[in-house]
Ligand binder design. Structure first.
Ligand code: AP5
Ligand code: MG
Length: 188
């Protein structure tokens, strides 16, 4: 079982690299951002609350996210080869609860941290914002998302480093070169 936590700032390439990993390693892909946007698209009351948070670039509360992950893990098919967790965990509390949940099911995970310079992140997201239709792809919100990442998400790198399952990848290169680095890690 190969469980990968793909972590990185907004625009670091989590979604892009997840697609390539899924193709080569036949894993499941869980993007919590996509799950939340699907809830918004339903127009539910919950979706409206989520929309207010995401469009400002703030995180959804941990307890709300916990239910999503718990349901996901409980519904994994028996022949599942593993999951790429794209955008989860995003706080130390989420990391702790994911470790516990995985442990309960006899699983563990390795964190791959995509490190990208801030100017490049902004450039990529502004460019994507021209076509993505994402409410959070505008300069003010992008800056706020990056600040939230530094304050709330970056500390999880220390959490995984401390637990001995952390690998950093230089995400400043083109898509193919970043994937090459990931392949080297996963093929070991
Ligand atoms: P989420 O959807 O996860 O957004 P994000 O973390 O802000 O990251 P992005 O999806 O914008 O970027 P990415 O790293 O996937 O990069 P991508 O491959 O698309 O979360 C959205 C929101 O949901 C959060 O802000 C929060 O509110 C909420 N949320 C989600 N999870 C949560 C959680 N666990 N707890 C609480 N709240 C949560 O690439 C970006 C662009 O760059 C693309 O155009 C791509 O083509 C391009 N690109 C990618 N790689 C390269 C490369 N190597 N070279 C050149 N261009 C590249
Ligand atoms: Mg993404």
């Amino acid at each position: 079982m190969l469980n990968i936590i793909l972590c990185g700032a907004p625009g670091s390439g989590k979604g892009t690299q997840s697609e390539l990993i899924v193709k080569k390693y036949d894993l499941q892909h869980l993007s919590t951002g996509d799950v939340l946007r699907a809830e918004i698209a339903k127009g539910s009351e919950l979706g409206k609350k989520i929309d207010a948070l995401i469009s400002q670039g703030n995180l959804v509360p941990d307890d709300m996210m916990y239910g999503v992950i718990e349901n996901y893990i409980a519904s994994l098919p028996a022949d599942c080869k593993g999951t790429i967790f794209d955008g989860y965990p995003r706080t130390v509390a989420q990391a702790e609860s994911l470790t516990e949940l995985l442990k309960k099911h006899g699983m563990e995970a390795v964190m791959i941290d995509l490190l990208v310079d801030e100017q490049l992140l902004i450039q990529r997201l502004i460019e994507r914002g021209k076509i993505s239709g994402r409410a959070d792809d505008n300069l003010n919100t992008i800056r706020h998302r990056i600040a939230v990442y530094h304050n709330q998400t970056e500390p999880i790198a220390h959490y995984y480093l401390h637990h001995g399952n952390y690998v950093a990848v230089n995400g400043n290169h083109n898509v193919e070169d970043v994937f090459l680095q990931i392949e080297r890690i996963l093929d070991k």
